[in-house]
Write a protein that binds this ligand. Sequence first.
Ligand code: AMP
Ligand code: MG
Ligand code: MG
Length: 306
Amino acid sequence: MAQSAPLLLRVVASSVNASARAGKIIRDIMSQGDLSIVEKGKNDLQTEADRSAQRCILASLSRQFPNVTIIGEEDSSNCEVPSDWVVAESDPDVLGIKLPPHLENLEDKDLCIWVDPLDGTSEYTQGLVEHVTVLIGVAVREKAIGGVIHQPYYKNPDNGELGRTMWGIDGVGTGGLKLIAPPEGKRVITTTRSHFDSTVKSAMDAMGADEVLRVGGAGHKVLLLLEGKAHAYVFASAGCKRWDTCGPEAILHAFGGTLTDVHGERYSYNAETGHPNKGGVLATAPGQPHSWYLARIPDEIKQKLV
Ligand code: AMP
Ligand code: MG
Ligand code: MG
């Protein structure tokens, strides 16, 4: 069954399981108490959980898809992993989907997988673990098409177990999350908690928000849009990278929302593309008027983000 499913489905289905395994590694490292924090750059941290989660995901996906390009956030010179970090299982619901003809017969070279093994590292180091997500995006040529978001510290209300995994394939289907519309009659906007600067603030000021939610992580903020907690995610900064947005963009579009730069352009995610999201991030919940938010961003900010 698994081998006969189309390549795109096999990659997304394997990413669902690999992201959940990475989430368990993230919880285990936190409970062991030694994060071994490294400063990669200004306001840019890496922990043992970022490194280990990436090794788990890369080892798992590259064994199954050795000829698909995988780009991870962290440097991964060390590919040795414990055998129980290598995931071979994949999600049966995803494997059972019927794809439209243009996605059915893709080849390895048509895909590029973008991995953010731990999104929201600053918050993770501060114990704000509910902001943390694992992000895997699957680009088909230039476009973000498949997305997986795993939230390792989500507490399942039915059984108290930790962790949930959501996926979406744009134009095809979604799983793991029930879409909730944000409230009418008010405007709630989410933005960065730990990468705030004067430009980010000016764009937020121009939005006329009734409420601002400053939280960590690109994945977490896109989930707020899907769970009816915010109407838009505005980040007028070049600080995000392709691995922050590929998975979230694909899932958001699969649910009917929109993620672009501040000019209204979708990012490209082919393997050759640059990593920084130089045009910032504007994402809107399904049913929200994306162009209205775009028009509110001041021109002088748009000119800075090119
Ligand atoms: P935030 O909304 O601040 O949590 O950022 C979302 C993602 O973009 C996280 O993975 C951040 O690490 C990354 N990011 C945003 N701004 C910067 C920056 N100035 N430097 C490094 N990473 C950034
Ligand atoms: Mg990130
Ligand atoms: Mg990260």
